[in-house]
Design a protein around this ligand. Structure first.
Ligand SMILES: *Cc1c(COP(=O)(O)O)cnc(C)c1O
Length: 382
């Protein structure tokens, strides 16, 4: 079956107990046993819950992997992957990572004796040069936040495989609708389902998908042992979001192309970062590796923080907020919001200048979005 069909049906048969067409929210902590040890596969909801299980099957299907796990957040899913490491192991990660992942690697795992080398994800050779005999894991994200840089997943998968390391790809920005890392050779995909998969900015969640049974078993052990699981209602909300993922992504994509082109033609905008623009240095890789360019775009205002703040304050349809991937349009000021914990020198080195704005383009009418940007850009110059 095709993607949009699986998004609605995979893992979601009619409820065996009642025939309910929609998977019920099994709001229960425990399950009654017929006799000691006689149960229907569920004993306690940290270990397993039918609503969560349906979500996990659907996520696995969309990523074209065998096995999915759902977590209470994207960060919890990240930790589930990291849980397979032990002191002395080494990680090669790209330097343009989600801030929370960087914080976990540098402030939680490095002090435990798990060393991390950060590399420029645009150079495949940087990954091979950083590999050591004890490298167990390679971690990447593509497109990146907020600079929308790309990493060649298939090429890095080769490097990881030849050295016996696992490759984890955070696929939050692209979603499986636009990019399938497992097909490109990754061992595990990680998601913050808080973003596009949930799609409505009303739930925090995470997921892992892999086709490697041993890796899945280790992460499932961790999921049950640490217990950072989503409640049944949160699992249900993400599953409801998935049903419209295909139509939402098509509209995010169409709106964002329009917005990116509008911004690129605006005299006050210095630079636009969007993989769908011909001017993007990795546009060709984006065409090869993705089936579309997504809903995130960043751009640079020459007037620095003052102009960025005036622009943000003048917005009426876009909300000034962190997060991304919801149906509503959001604007974010990375230097002080998502990337505020990175020292300024390092931020500047990564291109996150004082005039950088990031947009998560929603699925409102694109004319209203462009009109809003137009008036806010004008207001910011006054
Ligand atoms: C938000 C995000 C995360 C973390 O997910 P949470 O659900 O906030 O814990 C990880 N990676 C990326 C790319 C994200 O955008």
């Amino acid at each position: 079956m095709k993607f949009a069909t699986r998004a609605i049906h995979a893992g979601q048969d009619a409820d065996p107990a009642t025939g309910a067409t929609i998977v019920p929210i099994y709001q229960t902590a425990t399950y009654t046993q017929e006799e000691i040890g006689e149960h229907q596969g569920y004993e306690y909801s940290r270990t397993g819950n039918p609503t969560r299980a349906a979500l996990e099957r659907c996520l696995a299907s969309l990523e074209e992997g065998a096995l999915g796990l759902a977590f209470a957040s994207g960060s919890a899913a990240t930790v589930a992957v990291l849980s397979v490491l032990k002191p002395g192991d080494h990680i090669v990660a790209m330097d343009d990572l989600y801030g929370g992942t960087y914080r976990l690697l540098s402030q939680v795992y490095a002090p435990l004796g798990i060393d991390v080398t950060y590399v420029d994800g645009r150079q495949v050779e940087a990954f091979s040069q950083a590999m050591r005999p004890e490298t167990r894991l390679v971690w990447l994200e593509t497109p990146t936040n907020p600079m929308l840089r790309l990493v060649d997943i298939a090429a890095v998968a080769e490097v990881a495989r030849s050295q016996g390391a696992l490759l984890a790809v955070d696929n939050t920005f692209a979603t499986p609708y636009l990019q399938k890392p497992l097909i490109l050779g990754a061992d595990v995909v990680v998601h913050s389902t808080t973003k596009y998969l949930g799609g409505h900015s009303d739930v925090v969640g995470g997921a892992t998908v892999t086709s490697d049974p041993e890796l899945h078993r280790a992460m499932a052990f961790y999921q049950n042992a640490a217990g950072a699981v989503p409640g049944p209602f949160d699992a249900w909300l993400v599953m409801r979001g998935l049903k419209t993922l295909a139509v939402r992504m098509r509209q995010h994509e169409a709106n964002t192309r329009h917005v990116a082109e509008y911004l690129a033609g605006h005299p006050r905008v210095r630079q636009v970062y969007y993989p769908g623009l011909d001017s993007h240095p990795q546009h060709e890789l984006a065409q090869r590796q993705m089936e579309g360019f997504g809903g995130m775009v960043s751009f640079e205002l020459p007037g620095g923080r003052a102009e960025a703040n005036a622009f943000a304050m003048a917005l009426r349809v876009f909300s000034l907020a962190e997060s991304l991937g919801g149906v509503e349009s959001l604007a974010c000021y990375p230097p002080e919001m998502t990337h505020g914990s990175i020292p300024r020198e390092e931020r500047l080195a990564r291109g996150i200048t004082d005039g950088l704005m990031r947009l998560s383009v929603g699925i409102e009418d694109v004319e209203d979005l462009v009109e809003d940007l137009e008036q806010a850009l004008a207001a910011a110059q006054r």
